[in-house]
Design a protein around this ligand. Structure first.
Ligand code: ZN
Length: 232
């Protein structure tokens, strides 16, 4: 165990599972989050809750969990016209992508994460991007991420590895992975403290956590939870 990782940590289910994955494997783990004018900015308030919960429940991980970096990328929200960065209704666009797609978001996130990783001496970037069970966002696809790994490694003239533990998992598998990594305490922490809902709603508690229960992100999380709970 010698890798030093920077986890792209939004406060959601996927990135929290990735954080646990990194904490189990890496000698030192730092986290980075981005405020980009997201409609569900409440996820930024969930991040410290999740980090605190991990520290309390997992002393071994707490010893490896280092600094948390929060970057202001409000410029991204200003130049984007999407349902994730404004109050407009979520719908499918003519090109087949939902209008929650923020063009270039993960490319920018990885670029800024690489800048921080370089400064902090961290050689692994970990992200929760997923090709199997996503909304079809092209910047979540495996080839995109592999190309970014090459571009960042070349552009910084250093070996930077982009790890995406969830790439080929569906949402039920992601719950399963959390159970493998941290048992019931981690599953419970994810249910209670992570945020997924695109509308930013945390009023109602469902078996799978908080959210509006209607938006695509809630629907995906709910389906995954129900498949996981039925099988396990
Ligand atoms: Zn929702």
């Amino acid at each position: 165990m010698h890798d030093q990782a920077l986890v792209l940590f939004s406060g959601g289910q996927d990135s929290t599972t990735c954080l646990a994955w990194a904490l189990q494997r890496c000698a030192r783990v730092e986290t980075i989050g981005f405020a980009y004018g997201q409609r569900h900015a409440v996820e930024m308030a969930c991040r410290p809750q999740v980090l605190g919960g991990l520290r309390r429940a997992f002393p071994d991980w707490a010893a490896r969990l280092g600094d948390d970096h929060v970057l202001d990328l409000s410029l991204l929200g200003q130049i984007s016209d999407t349902a994730l960065t404004s109050g407009r209704a979520i719908e499918l666009q003519a090109n087949g992508l939902p209008n929650t797609f923020v063009p270039g978001r993960n490319l920018l996130f990885l670029g800024f994460a690489a800048t921080v990783a370089y400064r902090r001496g961290l050689s692994v970037l970990v992200g929760g991007m997923c090709e199997t069970d996503s909304s079809g966002y092209p910047d979540c696809r495996d080839n995109t991420l592999k190309a970014m790994q090459v571009a960042l490694s070349l552009g910084l003239d250093t070996r930077l590895v982009v790890e995406t533990p969830l790439m080929w998992l569906d949402k039920a598998d992601t719950w399963r992975l959390a159970a493998q990594l941290g048992g019931p305490p981690l599953v419970e922490l994810i249910r209670e403290h992570t945020h997924t809902c695109y509308r930013g709603e945390r009023g109602q508690r469902h078996p799978w956590g908080y959210g509006c229960g209607q938006c695509p992100a809630c629907a995906l999380r709910q389906r995954g939870w129900e498949a996981y709970a039925a099988a396990d």
